[in-house]
Design a protein around this ligand. Structure first.
Ligand SMILES: C[S@@+](CC[C@H](N)C(=O)[O-])C[C@H]1O[C@@H](n2cnc3c(N)ncnc32)[C@H](O)[C@@H]1O
Length: 216
């Protein structure tokens, strides 16, 4: 865990810089996330693995009461720096152990492009279940797990450069689609919707991103 935390802390500057050019996030991930969430005005929302807080600020601008957590202190510091009205609460936390956050606290939890970099997704999902209200929404986006692997059934870590601008690779965790979904269903969540958005890139014949929406 410490090694992966160091990877994100070390990559934090490059990650923040890369967001300026991240078309996937701007043109696909964010609009699809907002569409799948629906009305969040006045609702309590946890941004799980919030990074530098880009999504958190957006949710706050849409009227949600937002808490962002990430295990990278460097990324949380950047989120705090950009938290101009101090409206968003940010905490350095491991998603697998959300100490200090009470049970049934949130109407929505969004985990944007985070679960596929967590080794112990079972603990993270258990914590999400604990802090979500009954009837609350858990929205996940991940790299689609069904494509791009030579051996789809071989689960475990692999390393990848986030883009050519990064000096060091980041550790990702591959899990099969059934293991991801069954892990979340076994916690007690109900699957409400799946979404494999079409990328604007006309050459793409396979989905790159998978959204999963669950209800507690
Ligand atoms: C691909 S980035 C996504 C950040 C943000 N959600 C976004 O889309 O801009 C993945 C994030 O997950 C965070 N992360 C990875 N493992 C984590 C863990 N165990 N607990 C909390 N955050 C974690 C990283 O620090 C990083 O900010």
């Amino acid at each position: 865990m410490l090694e992966i935390l160091n990877e994100w802390d070390n990559a934090s500057k490059e990650w923040i810089k890369s967001l300026e050019f991240n078309q996937l996030r701007t043109n696909i991930l964010i609009p699809e996330t907002l569409k799948m969430l629906g009305d969040i005005k006045g609702k309590r929302l946890l941004d799980l693995g919030c990074g530098e807080g880009g999504y958190s600020r957006l949710f706050s601008n849409k009227g949600a009461i937002v808490v962002g957590v990430d295990f990278s202190e460097n990324l949380i510091n950047e989120a705090l720096r950009q938290n101009q009205n101090n409206e968003i609460k940010y905490y350095v936390r491991d998603a697998c152990s959300l100490e200090g956050i009470g049970d049934g606290n949130f109407d929505f939890i969004v985990s944007a492009m985070c679960l596929m970099v967590i080794e112990d997704i079972e603990s993270a999902v258990n914590e999400a279940y604990r802090v979500l209200k009954s009837g609350g929404v858990f929205l996940i986006s991940i790299l689609h797990p069904c494509f791009g692997f030579e051996d789809y059934f071989k689960e475990g870590p692999y390393q990848e450069f986030l883009s050519e601008h990064f000096g060091e690779p980041i550790t990702f965790w591959h899990n099969t689609l059934s293991n991801i979904i069954n892990c979340i269903l076994n916690t007690g969540f109900n699957l409400k919707a799946l979404n494999e958005p079409l990328l604007s890139d006309n050459d793409s014949k396979i989905p790159k991103i998978l959204f999963l929406k669950f209800i507690k």
